[in-house]
Design a protein around this ligand. Sequence first.
Ligand code: ZN
Length: 134
Amino acid sequence: MLAAHPRPGITRDNAFFWEGLRLGELRIQRCKACRQLRHPPGPMCPGCHATDWDFVRSRGRGTIHSFVVAEHPQVPPFEYPNVIVLVELGEGTRLVSRLAGSDPESVAIGQPVAVEFETVDDDLSLHLFRRLEA
Ligand code: ZN
């Protein structure tokens, strides 16, 4: 039996992000006052403290800013070794994700990646990244 996938904590401030994933969009929150992009989503702009925001759709391309190869403890339903990446998107924000289809030995900082989407069930889709040919 497959273990249930852990559920993200969905709030008023990040619902747009998870909704975007279900639609195959990677969304980035944007301050309506100063236009600064930010991630993870929050109620207030760290730059100008405005609370009005909307979002933009990321092009879904970036580079590996940092990564870690998780081997223990092995928590279902994830596959191991599980390569966790901190991706710096072309838009400038960073997000933590999972690297698909990779030989962990060959992962390196600076490699270009592109987003993909994985449907877990009717209510949950996740983002993951895959390396592009350099
Ligand atoms: Zn702002």
